[in-house]
Design a binder for this molecule. Structure first.
Ligand code: SAH
Ligand code: SF4
Length: 377
C-alpha cells in the first residue's frame, strides 16, 4: 500500500523546471568537504564546522540540521535559514512483501523519480535513478515508455542514496545505477556522484555499479576517469537485428562496436565487466543466441548476468521465459566456459524490479518527452 507523505505540486508544464521551485535555499548534498568548509566560512565559522557538516550529511545520512547535535543551536538555525541538506521530498513509500522499499521522490518541480532499497542477508544494496524518465526508448522498459524529462543533479543522485540509508537499519554498502534513466547520458553528474559516494560517504568503488544501454563515446570516456567501479552493459542480444528491435541505440552503436568499447574499458580499468542479458520468451532466449554470445565474449574477463523479463505492458507482446528456457540458455553459456549469474529479482508486488520504475504517481504517468525530440549522443 502507498503511504502518502507530501504530494508533488501540480504544475502546468512539467519539464520546464530544473530545480526546486518552492524552496530557494541552497542544497548542501552534492558539495564536497572543501565546498562545505567554504559554506562554514561564509557563516563566519572555522573550517572544522564544514567538516562536521560533511560528516553528518554523508557519513551519517542526516536529513536535516536538527540531527547535527555537535553544532551549536544558533548555527543550526542559521544554516536552516539559507541552506537545506537534501533537495528531495518524499512523495510516497511502498514496501514489498519481500522487504524491498521503493521511494518516490521529487524536488518540487512536479516530476517524480524512484529509488529502491534492497536488503539481502549478506548486504544491503540500493538502486538509484540518474534521470527523470529516459530518452533511450528501449521497447521492454517502463521507464523508456514514459519518455524523458531531465537529468538529475549530483545532489539529487547522492540524496537518493542518503535518503535510503536514513531509513535502513543496516549500512547500505552497494549502489547500482539501474533505476530510472541512462547514467552515461548524465555523465558529469554521475561521475561526480560516484566520487562523492566513495570519498565522502566512504563506499568502496568496487561496490558501485553503473549500468549502461551502451553509449560508446561515454564508455570510453568513463574508462579515462580510471574509477575502479563496476560497469555493466545491457547487451540483451549478440545479433544486431534482435538488439535493434529491443534497443533503438543499437542503430547508432551496434553490437560489435559496443563490445569493443567494453573490451577497452576492461583493459584500461582491469575490472571484470558485466553483460546483462534480459531474456524475453522466444525473442532473445534461443540456444543459438547463447552460442553466439559465448563466442562474442570469448577471452574477455566478464560475467553474463541473466535477467528474466519483468512483465511490463509495452504493447510488444513480450513474455517472461519459462524456467526451463532460462536454464537451457544458461547451460549453453556455461558449456562454452562463460561465467553466468542470474539476477535475484525482488519487489515485484510493488513494481520495484528492474525496468518497472515508471515514476507513476497518483495513477498517472508523467508527461515526458520522447526519444524523437532528443539527440542520442
Ligand atoms: N539505462 C541503463 C540503466 C537502467 S535500466 C540500462 O539500460 O542499462 C537497468 C536494467 O534493467 C537494464 O539492464 C535494463 O535492460 C533492465 N530492464 C529494463 N526493463 C526491464 C524489464 N522489463 N525486465 C527486466 N529488466 C529490465
Ligand atoms: Fe532507458 Fe535503460 Fe530503460 Fe533503456 S532500459 S529505456 S536505457 S532506463
Amino acid at each position: 500500500m502507498w503511504v502518502t507523505f507530501a504530494p508533488p505540486p501540480r504544475v502546468q508544464s512539467p519539464g520546464r523546471y530544473t530545480r526546486a521551485v518552492s524552496d530557494p535555499r541552497t542544497v548542501l548534498t552534492g558539495m564536497g568537504t572543501t565546498e562545505l568548509e567554504a559554506v562554514a566560512a561564509d557563516l563566519g565559522q572555522p573550517a572544522f564546522r564544514g567538516r562536521q557538516i560533511a560528516r553528518w550529511v554523508y557519513a551519517k545520512a542526516a536529513q536535516g540540521f536538527d540531527a547535527m547535535r555537535d553544532l551549536p543551536t544558533d548555527l543550526r538555525a542559521r544554516l536552516d535559514e539559507g541552506y537545506r541538506v537534501s533537495p528531495l521530498t518524499l512523495a510516497d513509500r511502498r514496501t514489498s512483501k519481500d522487504g524491498v522499499d521503493k521511494l518516490l521522490v521529487h524536488n518540487g518541480d512536479g516530476q517524480v523519480y524512484e529509488c529502491v532499497l534492497l536488503p539481502y542477508e549478506d548486504r544491503v544494496s540500493c538502486c538509484i535513478s540518474s534521470q527523470v524518465g529516459c530518452p533511450m526508448g528501449c521497447t521492454f522498459c517502463a521507464t523508456g515508455l514514459g519518455g524523458f524529462d531531465r537529468n538529475l543533479t549530483t545532489g539529487e543522485i547522492v540524496s537518493q542514496y542518503l535518503l535510503l540509508q536514513s531509513i535502513s537499519p543496516r549500512r547500505v554498502s552497494h549502489v547500482v545505477f539501474m533505476g530510472m534513466g541512462e547514467p552515461l547520458l548524465n555523465f558529469d553528474a554521475v561521475v561526480r556522484s560516484l566520487r562523492l559516494l566513495h570519498e565522502e560517504v566512504g563506499l568502496s568503488y568496487r561496490h558501485l555499479t553503473v549500468s549502461t544501454v551502451g553509449l560508446v563515446p561515454q564508455i570510453l570516456a568513463l574508462a579515462e576517469e580510471r574509477l575502479p567501479i563496476h560497469l555493466a552493459l545491457s547487451l540483451h542480444s549478440p545479433i544486431d537485428e534482435v538488439r535493434s528491435r529491443l534497443m533503438p541505440v543499437n542503430h547508432k552503436w551496434p553490437v560489435a562496436e559496443v563490445v569493443r568499447a567494453m573490451r577497452v574499458y576492461q583493459q584500461k580499468t582491469g575490472r571484470k565487466v558485466t553483460f546483462e542479458v534480459l531474456l524475453i520468451d522466444e525473442v532473445n532466449d534461443t540456444p543459438d543466441q547463447a552460442e553466439l554470445l559465448a563466442k562474442l565474449l570469448k577471452g574477455l574477463p566478464c560475467v553474463v548476468n541473466l535477467i528474466p523479463f519483468n512483465w511490463v505492458d509495452t504493447g510488444a507482446g513480450f513474455r517472461r521465459p519459462t524456467r526451463e528456457r532460462v536454464n537451457a540458455f544458461r547451460r549453453v553459456l556455461e558449456a562454452k566456459g562463460t561465467n553466468v549469474t542470474e539476477r535475484v529479482e525482488r519487489g515485484h508486488d510493488i513494481a520495484a524490479a528492474c525496468g518497472q520504475l515508471a515514476g507513476q504517481h497518483t495513477g498517472r504517468f508523467a508527461n515526458r518527452r520522447r526519444l524523437t525530440e532528443l539527440p542520442v549522443t
